[in-house]
Design a protein around this ligand. Structure first.
Ligand SMILES: Cc1ncc(COP(=O)(O)O)c(C=O)c1O
Length: 449
């Protein structure tokens, strides 16, 4: 069976190159000027990624004219699919009125009002240009507010490219075999010395151990950062009691709890924190909040955010960022968020549930040891017979098989992440969900995976 899969996969590779000659040529051209032919590690897959030239609704078209139903939504960005007409209209309007200014604009106020109104724990916020920056400022605020140096994060928690977050967001199979206790490892070269020492790594969904570690480091810890559902880590929901325990423990020790809702904000009208009923001190936002344009935000308790206030002299934390709250990105964000209503969210959840149910039925029918993690519109397939409740579970799963499934789906006109992430948009409907589940079944049955 393994042999058969390998052969079928080679055939898939040949079929892929046969139908993506233009993408290949573009990749060769890109490789002459962009290192490795790309500018974002996660969008590369071998032998070269299909180069997209157009997106409309839930569909994308590559340079060779192949059509894909988009089940990834730019890694959770595109809440309403591609070129959503109200966003396009807002962009056109704002483009005619000026895209950014060396001054505040009304659009950034509108978007901030929408976010503060939706999220009870956010009294005030600030914009940044990327999630990485929003996380960096949230951490800086926690350090400045508490006067402490250390930050705690979880194994498998991905929070962008800021130095302190480049620790233990992914572990290898060899590493997890060495210890049951959380493992501290740098996921990139080039970090200055001392970064790892100021980061405490915690185990996800292991309440007693995580809280004990926080208590043991309480006098050094400025903040604890996590996603209510680990997104890039494999769409792994936190247990409600786990989040509640973290809230209690951090509050008691005067440590700021930071929810990174850059991916999970799409899970509830007021983000995942509303779904879980747990309020953090600070929240970071990104992805959906700007309708596909680059923008992010961080916000929270008034007294913490006050460290950014320039009204009484130079603030303890001066915030810079040329594109912060750019009017055109904020305009797209307002249009996007205005269409994330309770009704559209309920419809999105309904197709999500339908997809999860259908995929589970396909796995049962084909005798595949697999599961679909996540809820709402954020999911990840894991080829594992064991329940996946943390990053360690994803490391133990068959990740090569996931990449083969992604390729087999690409050939069937469906686009999901090679690491198995699936993210739905309101542009998808029951027909696309049914088609996706059938394509997964066909791929599994044909031995391509
Ligand atoms: C949870 C989370 N935090 C932070 C980031 C970093 O955001 P950006 O890529 O905009 O810097 C990401 C990106 O995927 C993310 O998923």
């Amino acid at each position: 069976m393994v042999q058969q899969s390998a052969t079928a996969h080679e055939a898939d590779g040949a079929a892929y190159t046969a139908r993506t000659a233009e993408s290949r040529a573009l990749f060769e051209r890109a490789s002459r000027v962009l290192m490795g032919g790309t500018t974002r590690t996660s969008v590369y897959y071998p032998p070269y990624p299909a180069c997209m030239v157009r997106g409309e609704g839930c569909r994308m078209y590559d340079a060779d004219g192949n059509c894909y139903v988009d089940f990834l939504s730019n890694y959770t960005v595109l809440l309403h699919g591609h070129s959503f007409p109200p966003i396009v209209e807002a962009l056109k309007r704002q483009a005619e009125q000026g895209v950014c200014f060396s001054a505040p604009s009304e659009r950034e106020i509108e978007l901030a009002e929408i976010l503060c109104k939706r999220v009870d724990s956010v009294d005030k916020l600030r914009f940044a240009s990327s999630g990485t920056e929003a996380v960096m400022y949230a951490i800086r605020l926690a350090r400045a507010f508490t006067g402490r140096n250390m930050i705690a994060k979880f194994e498998g928690g991905f929070h962008g490219a800021y130095d302190d977050c480049q620790i233990s967001h992914s572990l290898s199979a060899e590493q997890i075999e060495t210890s049951e206790a959380p493992i501290k490892t740098a996921n990139t070269e080039g970090l200055p010395s001392g970064v790892a020492e100021r980061v405490l790594v915690l185990p996800f969904n292991r309440e007693a151990e995580a809280c004990a570690l926080i208590e043991a480091h309480a006098d050094q810890l400025a903040g604890v950062i996590l996603e209510p559902v680990q997104g890039a880590g494999g769409a792994i929901p936190a247990e409600q009691s786990f989040l509640a325990a973290l809230r209690k423990t951090t509050e008691k020790a005067g440590i700021l709890l930071i929810f990174d809702e850059i991916m999970t904000f799409r899970l509830g009208y007021g983000g995942a924190q509303q779904v879980y009923g747990v309020a953090p001190d600070l929240t970071t936002f990104g992805k959906i909040i700007s309708g596909g344009l680059p923008l992010a935000a961080f916000g929270g308790r008034e007294e913490v955010m006050a460290l950014l206030d320039p009204r009484n002299g130079p603030p303890p934390i001066p915030q810079s960022g040329t594109f912060n709250g750019s009017a055109i990105a904020a305009a797209a964000g307002v249009a996007c968020m205005e269409h994330l209503t309770h009704e559209s969210l309920a419809a999105l959840e309904a197709i999500g549930l339908d997809m999860k149910t259908r995929l589970q039925a396909v796995f049962a029918k084909t005798g595949t040891a697999a599961q679909v993690n996540g809820f709402g519109s954020l999911f990840n397939i894991h080829f594992s017979a064991e329940p996946v409740v943390d990053h360690r579970g994803t490391v133990g799963a068959d990740r090569e098989k996931l990449a083969r499934l992604a390729m087999a789906l690409l050939l069937r006109g469906y686009f999901m992440a090679p690491r198995g992430m699936i993210c739905l948009s309101t542009a998808l409907g029951p027909a696309e969900i049914e088609g996706f589940a059938s394509a997964v079944e066909d791929a599994l049955e044909s031995g391509d995976v």
